[in-house]
Design a protein around this ligand. Structure first.
Ligand code: TXA
Ligand code: MG
Length: 305
């Protein structure tokens, strides 16, 4: 894959790239190079206290970067490659710049399954930080044109990996002490618990991922969630059938949660381009990947802040 080779070469040279993954498009840089990592924070306008996920193609590199206990090994075996990020103690600090870890002695690691991500990552011998390729606070890009619209000015390579199949960012699980479900994603709480047993209730105990505190995923238009009957003028993101007479952008005509997740961010972007007075979103069940969808739309609406 010539595109993957060009992206890998750019990474080696300390430049930024777009990294297509199965969840969302990432803005990638080599994790061991502080100057490359600074470019990521600057391009996104991302607060420096929010640490980044380090992407790797193989378990050997993951275990050089972080300390994998039995739980980490079991979760990696069950869900990697795939949409799961593990927060573990850092083993070799030189492999992930301080800035990428926001000075923490832990590191977030993920092995994506997207073939293009794997092709890029397997051609480099370092980890690659890759937050979502949007400007900070905006909806994550799930297609190459959307990634390019957000941060195209900053990248040396922007390979097209097609539309992301998952559509919401990876599940983040912390394995520092008792396991905690920090960010909902396609890998559900129940799936994690089935592999390693019970999880601490992070929200109840006030342990949240450091980057989860600010308004996120927000379009320019105001967003209202759990809307059954949209008012005139609103653009409606429907789930299942809808008889709304105004503009409807279906998240899933058949009320399929995986389809809704895959369509979520591009639907928010499409709605926003229409510059409506309101984006109204249908109620989405909080089961399975629905927990991740509800997390993202609540943030887009400013309910978690
Ligand atoms: O699906 C994804 O994970 C995408 C694609 C591109 O792989 N990437 C992504 O990265 O969403 P980012 O940087 O936007 O998300 C990082 C999340 C944040 O919630 C951050 O706070 C958390 O991971 N995180 C990173 N390092 C951490 C650490 N040491 N402890 C706790 N949370 C951490
Ligand atoms: Mg993000």
């Amino acid at each position: 894959m010539a595109e993957a080779e060009a992206a890998a070469a750019a990474l080696r040279a300390g430049q930024l790239i777009h990294l297509p993954t199965e969840t969302v498009y990432g803005l990638g840089a080599r994790a061991d190079d502080a100057e490359a990592v600074i470019k990521v924070f600057d391009a996104k306008g991302r607060p420096r206290f929010n640490p980044l996920i380090v992407h790797i193609a193989d378990l050997a590199l993951a275990e050089r970067i972080g300390v994998f206990d039995r739980r980490a090994k079991a979760l990696a075996a069950a869900f990697w490659p795939g949409p799961l990020t593990l927060v573990v103690p850092v083993r070799d600090e030189a492999l992930v710049s301080d800035l990428a870890r926001a000075g923490l002695d832990s590191v977030a690691l993920r092995m994506p399954s997207h073939p293009l991500a794997r092709a890029v990552l397997s051609q480099v011998d370092f980890g690659v930080v890759a937050p979502s390729a949007n400007r900070s606070g905006r909806p994550s890009p799930t297609t190459q044109p959307d990634a390019f619209e957000e941060t195209g000015n900053f990248v040396a390579a922007s390979p097209d990996g097609g539309a992301c199949t998952v559509g919401v960012e990876s599940t983040v699980v912390s394995l520092l002490g008792k396991a905690r479900y920090l960010r909902a994603g396609a890998v559900t709480r129940d799936q994690i618990a089935a592999v390693i047993g019970s999880l601490a209730d992070d929200e109840a105990e006030g342990h949240r991922s450091p980057g989860r505190l600010s308004l996120h995923y927000a379009p320019d238009a105001p967003v209202k969630i759990n809307v059954e009957k949209p008012s005139d003028g609103a653009v409606y993101l429907s789930f299942g059938p809808s008889d709304y007479a105004g503009t409807v952008i279906p998240l899933s005509p058949t009320a399929n949660l995986h389809e809704a997740a895959a369509n979520l961010f591009s639907a928010l972007r499409r709605a926003d381009r229409l510059k409506p007075p309101l984006i109204a979103i249908a109620p989405i069940p909080v089961t399975g990947i629905g927990e991740a969808i509800n997390d993202r739309i609540r943030r887009a609406a400013g309910y978690i802040g």
